[in-house]
Design a protein around this ligand. Structure first.
Ligand code: FCB
Length: 780
């Protein structure tokens, strides 16, 4: 088995859920669910109509099992009472199609889409919902029980209870620790009642699916055996109980962890836990479904406030870790899966397990000859190796269901997330197999890993496709400004089509390691919040990963020369450079050294040097749309130095938003100072006395504009709305306080550090663009 082969009879398949793929939300009598009210999955993947094609895809991939979920509001539009036969007809058609294709159906009864009618009656915090769930389970089993033999009651009750009722980031969006604990208990009770109803109706196998995020400290991510301080051990245990013990212990042992009960009691009382509940919950389980994506990384931090998703977590800090991450930002730690399975096997030795979800979100590029999702393939492969290690030690894991078959609607994150091994074009509903699907088909066929991996395209492949020399590709990839724009464009097109990832990192790592990273400030701005955050957080993340930091200034020609020499002499494994204002020749120079480089701010010349930036375009568009929504039509733009890429992006976002409203921009140029902002506003007003709003590309400019407005006798916001950009500290203290656009500086700094670490591991070269948010205060 250790040679990469799985046990005989190991079950391979995929998982999906109703709300995420079905669409057809108002068809054939389906009632509304809490997710319809909370987000909009529109037609999703239209699986409701396209299931025959999707089943054919699974058959072609050789899959033995398909885990889908039944939508409660399709079966019981009001949550209870009237049964919608047409809803059950649909699942019957789906199950028949699966069986005809030789695929075993695994039905999940609750994957988060509670009927809105039940939420209106109080939702999961009400005990009655648990009873209604058992009725619903019985009704579905009555129709499908002769053909579906494996029944899974709940999917990830922790997520549904604590993100839905505690943190409010999932439907139904409540923020109450008491409601979250009550919801969790009633979900458990619903599970127990449903499991026993299914069992007495003759169901062959009954199980439940939990989310597992092994809790560890940052140091344990690198070394799971690392001993913990007493404080850290306590922090880890507390989060582990909230996430895992709260569900595992009642389900498998009929009890709540003692310490957890105290937390529940202080948040919600214990009135909702009635005598007999725990016995009802602890039904024997034929299968425990394990969903694993990433660990939770925490440490003790006295004074940290509780995270609303983990009531009672005061004094625990959730940490970002210096590892490679998926596009979702989830750390990639395959070894944690082995640790988890080992632990479950030790604590619940008789329990049969199945990996019911595991997979990854990475941005995909559709090319003329396929979708080369090498990152997704490595992710799954590494996790399958981790699973093999656990199987070798005797873990009773009966199968692996990959999340997910299709790109689909990812809850709070909408459609931007790509977890599918099959690409879905949402405009046409066309399905295309990604390389990961083909690779998975081979794994399934040989019931093992084998050693064939899709090869990464090389510099030569790109050169051949773009019909240029290898040297030219290398110059474009490194952002050399001297390459003609047409040539640059055709190389970048080939790079995109082939999904090429430059391998500089791997080469320089193989050559030599110094365990040192250079943090280079090309324009020292110590008073700037972003620079301050970078200087504070980048070293702390990198030091956590065992790197030493050399801080270098590059503000004179002499100091720039020294930086280049330092990097060329390979005295650093990687370089973080900031900020990159305009066409910074230093960035281009450093990019040519083969030492992994990451930039803060989008570079002016398109290159493959990865960077972190705020969504300046989106932020300016949101600010402009905000003004338009208020009925402002004569909107001016005070524009800072236009050689700065960030300023160009802000201008573009503003212009596009105006254009969509059929308006033209009205711009005054300025330096980035309050005085200059004041005089720019005076000029705008001289041109148009009836100007009713102004957006500035920085808060400094906006502060000047506020001053000039008051000098001109205008009332803000009644006569003139003013919006800034950047959310500097002073923005909250102007008169009136300034509405502005914010992308947290710490997020940018952390992303920058993570990006460099990924580069050092030879991963991730795509830019990271962090969302910008409009902060509305009194000025607009
Ligand atoms: C799990 C959910 C599933 C999907 C994946 C990415 O928590 O069960 O629906 O969203 O995460």
């Amino acid at each position: 088995m250790s040679r990469g082969t799985f046990p005989d009879g190991f079950v391979w398949g995929v998982s999906t859920s109703a709300y995420q793929i079905e669409g057809a939300h108002t068809e054939d009598g389906r009632g509304p669910s809490i997710w319809d009210s909370f987000s909009d999955a529109q037609d999703a993947c239209d699986h409701y109509h396209r299931y025959p094609g999707d089943v054919r895809l699974m058959k072609d991939l050789g899959l033995a099992a398909y885990r889908f979920s039944v939508s409660w509001p399709r079966v019981l539009p009001e949550g209870s009472g009237r049964v919608n036969a047409a809803g059950l007809d649909y699942y019957e058609r789906l199950v028949d199609e699966l069986l005809a294709a030789g695929i075993t159906p695994y039905a999940t009864l609750y994957h988060w889409d509670l009927p809105q009618a039940l939420e209106d009656r109080g939702g999961w915090p009400e005990r009655d919902t648990a009873l209604r769930f058992a009725d619903y389970a019985r009704i579905v089993h009555e129709r499908l029980g002769d053909r579906v033999h494996t029944w899974l009651t709940l999917n990830e009750p922790w997520v549904a209870a604590f993100l839905g009722y505690g943190a409010g980031v999932h439907a139904p969006g409540r923020r109450s620790a008491a409601d979250a604990f009550r919801a969790a208990h009633h979900m458990l009770l619903g599970h127990g009642l449903a499991a026993s109803a299914l069992r007495s109706a003759g169901a062959a196998r009954v199980g439940a699916v939990l989310n597992f995020a092994p809790v560890m400290t940052p140091a344990q991510v690198a070394d799971p055996a690392r001993p913990l301080s007493e404080e850290d051990a306590e922090a880890v245990a507390r989060i582990d109980e909230l996430t895992h013990g709260q569900f595992l212990e009642p389900m498998l042992r009929g009890r709540y962890p003692e310490r957890l009960l105290k937390v529940v009691e202080s948040a919600a009382g214990l009135g909702h836990v009635r005598d007999g509940d725990l016995a009802a919950i602890a039904q024997p389980l034929d299968l425990l479904g394990v969903n694993y994506y990433a660990p939770s990384v925490v440490r003790a931090q006295p004074g940290s406030p509780a995270d609303p998703a983990y009531p009672g977590s005061d004094g625990v800090l959730f940490c970002t870790v210096p590892t490679a991450v998926t596009a979702m930002g989830w750390p990639i730690v395959p070894g944690a899966l082995t640790v988890l399975l080992r632990r479950l096997s030790r604590e619940y030795p008789d329990q049969e397990l199945m990996i019911t979800e595991n997979g990854a979100d990475f941005a995909d590029t559709v090319t003329g000859d396929g979708i080369h999702d090498v990152d997704r393939v490595s992710f799954v492969e590494e996790h399958l190796r981790a699973l093999l290690a656990a199987l070798d030690e005797g873990a009773k894991v009966r199968g692996y269901l990959l999340w997910s078959l299709l790109d689909c609607h990812e809850w709070a994150d909408g459609y931007q997330r790509k977890f599918g091994i099959v690409h879905v074009d949402f405009a046409t509903q066309r399905r295309r197999l990604k390389d990961s699907a083909l690779w998975y088909r081979d794994v399934v066929r040989r019931n093992g890993l084998g050693d064939r991996r899709p090869r990464r395209p090389t510099l030569e492949t790109v050169a051949a496709r773009a019909k240029v020399s290898r040297a030219t590709v290398s110059r474009v990839v490194n952002g050399d400004a001297a390459v003609r724009p047409e040539v640059r464009e055709s190389v970048l097109r080939a790079v995109k089509e082939l999904g090429y990832v430059p391998n500089a990192a791997a080469r320089s790592l193989a050559a030599r390691r110094t365990d040192t990273v250079a943090l280079v400030l090309s324009i020292p701005r110590p008073d700037d919040a972003l620079t301050a955050a970078v200087v504070q957080y980048v070293p702390s993340v990198l030091e956590g990963a065992g790197k030493q930091i050399t801080l270098m200034l590059a503000d004179t020609s002499e100091s720039r020369r020294r930086v280049v020499q330092h990097v060329e002499a390979r005295l650093a494994d990687g370089v973080v450079l900031l900020p990159t204002d305009g066409a910074d020749p230093l960035a281009e120079r450093l990019a040519r050294t083969d030492v992994p480089l990451v930039l803060l701010g989008r570079p002016a010349i398109a290159s493959l040097v990865p960077y972190v930036d705020a969504d300046n375009t989106g932020g300016a568009a949101a600010a402009t749309e905000h003004l338009l929504r208020q009925g402002r039509r004569r909107i001016g733009l005070i524009c800072g130095p236009t050689h700065l890429v960030a300023v160009q992006d802000r201008m573009a976002g503003h212009r596009d938003a105006l254009q969509r409203a059929g308006l033209l921009p009205h711009v005054a140029l300025a330096e980035d100072t309050p005085d200059s902002g004041a005089s720019a506003l005076t000029r705008l007003l001289a041109d148009d006395r009836r100007l009713d709003a102004v957006l500035a590309t920085s808060d400094h400019l906006a502060i000047g504009a506020l001053r000039a407005a008051s000098e001109a006798g205008l009332r803000v916001p009644d006569d003139l709305a003013v919006v800034g950009f950047g959310d500097i500290e002073a923005a909250a203290y102007t008169t009136p306080p300034l509405t502005t656009v914010r992308t947290p500086a710490t997020d940018q700094a952390m992303a920058l550090a993570r990006l460099l670490l990924s580069r050092l591991e030879g991963r991730h070269t795509t830019p990271v663009v962090l969302p910008s948010r409009l902060i509305t205060r009194a000025s607009a």
